[in-house]
Design a protein around this ligand. Structure first.
Ligand code: AMP
Ligand code: MN
Ligand code: MN
Length: 337
C-alpha cells in the first residue's frame, strides 16, 4: 500500500477507519511513549479535525505530552494525564480509541489497559510487530510519517483545513524525516509537505520552533555525551552514551536528546550508529540508525524492541556497560554476515 500524490488510496482499511471515526462521538487518541513530533503532530491535527466535526476528543498518552510540541495543540485539545481519574473516566465513556504512530500494545504502556475494551483504529507506518493492538489497522510502511497518512485520511474525509492542522502535520513529517534528510524523504512526502504549506503551515517558523529553539541544557548534556563517543575498530559502527549522572548535573531530560544519534551517524564510514541512555529501573535504552547495510528493526526486535529498517530502538534489562557490549557485538556480527 502506498499513499499516492493526491493522498489516495491508503488501502481498503482506510474507508473502514473513516466510517468508524464518523460514527463515534467520544474519541480517545493516543501515541507511543515519549511522543515525538510525528505522534504529537498527528494527534493534534486529528483532534482538531474531529473536534470540528462535533466530536468529544481527549488525548491520553503513556507519558506527558512533549513540551516542545505543545504549541501544536489548540485550546480545544485536552490532554489528560494517564493514571489520573479524568483519563480513566474519558476512556470508560469513550466509544472509540485511535492509536497513532505505533500499532503495538507495549508501546502505549498503561494506556492499553484503559482502552482495550474499546473498538480501535490504528494508524501507523511501522512494520507490524508481535504485540499488535486489535482493531481497524491502517498501515503504510512506505509513508515517511504517520502524519503523512493522517493527511491522506483527512483529505479523503473532506477536512476543513486550518493553518494549525496543517502546521501539526507538517511538523510530523518534518521531524520523522529529520528535516527532509532521511531515506524516507520521498516525492509523496514532499508533495504532502508542499500541500500543507499551501494550507497554511509556515516552514520557516516551524523549523525554528523545532530545530532552532533548543535549551542550553541540551548542549550541556551533549557536551558530556560527546566525551563518550566511540568508533569500532572496523570503522563501521559508532556509538555515544548519555551518562546517567549528566541529567542531574545539567537539569536535562530525554526530551533534550533529539538529534544526539546524528552525531555518531554523521561520521564517515559509519554504517550503524547507536545512542545509549539510562532507562528506568537500571535498564538501558538504545537508539539505532543504519544506512543500507543492516536492518536495525530486526536487530532491535532481537532485543525486544522494534522500529523501522533504518531507525529502531529497544530497552535492554541490563546496565549500561553490559548493554553496550551486547548491542555493539550484535551489530558487528550483523555487519559481518
Ligand atoms: P528512537 O531511537 O527512540 O528515536 O526510535 C526510532 C524508531 O524506533 C522509532 O520508529 C520508534 O518508534 C522505534 N522504537 C524506539 N524504541 C522502541 C522500543 N523500545 N520498541 C519498539 N520500537 C521502538
Ligand atoms: Mn514515533
Ligand atoms: Mn513516526
Amino acid at each position: 500500500m502506498s499513499s499516492a500524490a493526491a493522498g489516495l488510496p491508503l488501502g481498503s482499511d482506510c474507508g473502514e477507519a473513516l466510517d468508524a471515526l464518523g460514527r463515534a462521538s467520544r474519541i480517545v487518541l493516543s501515541t507511543h511513549h515519549n511522543a515525538d513530533g510525528d505522534g504529537a503532530g498527528s494527534e493534534a491535527a486529528l483532534a482538531m479535525h474531529l473536534a470540528g466535526r462535533g466530536k468529544h476528543v481527549r488525548i491520553v498518552n503513556p507519558t506527558p505530552f512533549p513540551e516542545a510540541f505543545a504549541f501544536l495543540l489548540d485550546d480545544a485539545s485536552r490532554v489528560l494525564p494517564v493514571g489520573g481519574q479524568e483519563a480513566a473516566d474519558a476512556c470508560r465513556e469513550a466509544d472509540l480509541a485511535v492509536v497513532l504512530d505505533t500499532s503495538e500494545a507495549k508501546r502505549i504502556g498503561p494506556v492499553h489497559a484503559l482502552i482495550r475494551h474499546l473498538p480501535a483504529v490504528v494508524i501507523d507506518h511501522h512494520p507490524a510487530g508481535a504485540d499488535g493492538i486489535s482493531g481497524i489497522v491502517v498501515r503504510d510502511t512506505t509513508a515517511a510519517a504517520t502524519g503523512e497518512m493522517v493527511f491522506a485520511l483527512l483529505e479523503r474525509d473532506g477536512a476543513a483545513w486550518t493553518p494549525q492542522m496543517a502546521a501539526a502535520l507538517y511538523t510530523a513529517v518534518l521531524t520523522d524525516t529529520g528535516g527532509f534528510r532521511f531515506s524516507n524523504t520521498t516525492p509523496t512526502c514532499l508533495r504532502t509537505a508542499a500541500r500543507l504549506i499551501e494550507l497554511g503551515a509556515a516552514p520557516h517558523d516551524l523549523h525554528r520552533r523545532v530545530y532552532g529553539s533548543f535549551r542550553r541544557r541540551r548542549f550541556a548534556l551533549l557536551q558530556e555525551s560527546l566525551a563518550t563517543l566511540e568508533v569500532h575498530e572496523s570503522g563501521r559502527v559508532a556509538w555515544m552514551i548519555v551518562p546517567g549522572a549528566a541529567y542531574g548535573r545539567t537539569q536535562a531530560s530525554v526530551e533534550d536528546l533529539e538529534g544526539f544519534v546524528d552525531v555518531p551517524r554523521s561520521i564517515r564510514g559509519v554504517e550503524v550508529a547507536l545512542l545509549f541512555r539510562v532507562a528506568k529501573d537500571g535498564q538501558t535504552k538504545v537508539s539505532m540508525r543504519s544506512g543500507a547495510a543492516v536492518d536495525v528493526n530486526q536487530l532491535a526486535a532481537a532485543f525486544g524492541g522494534g522500529g523501522h529498517p533504518r531507525a529502531a530502538g529497544a530497552v535492554l534489562p541490563e546496565p549500561m556497560e553490559e548493554a553496550v557490549r551486547r548491542v555493539v557485538g550484535a551489530v558487528v556480527g550483523a555487519l559481518a554476515e
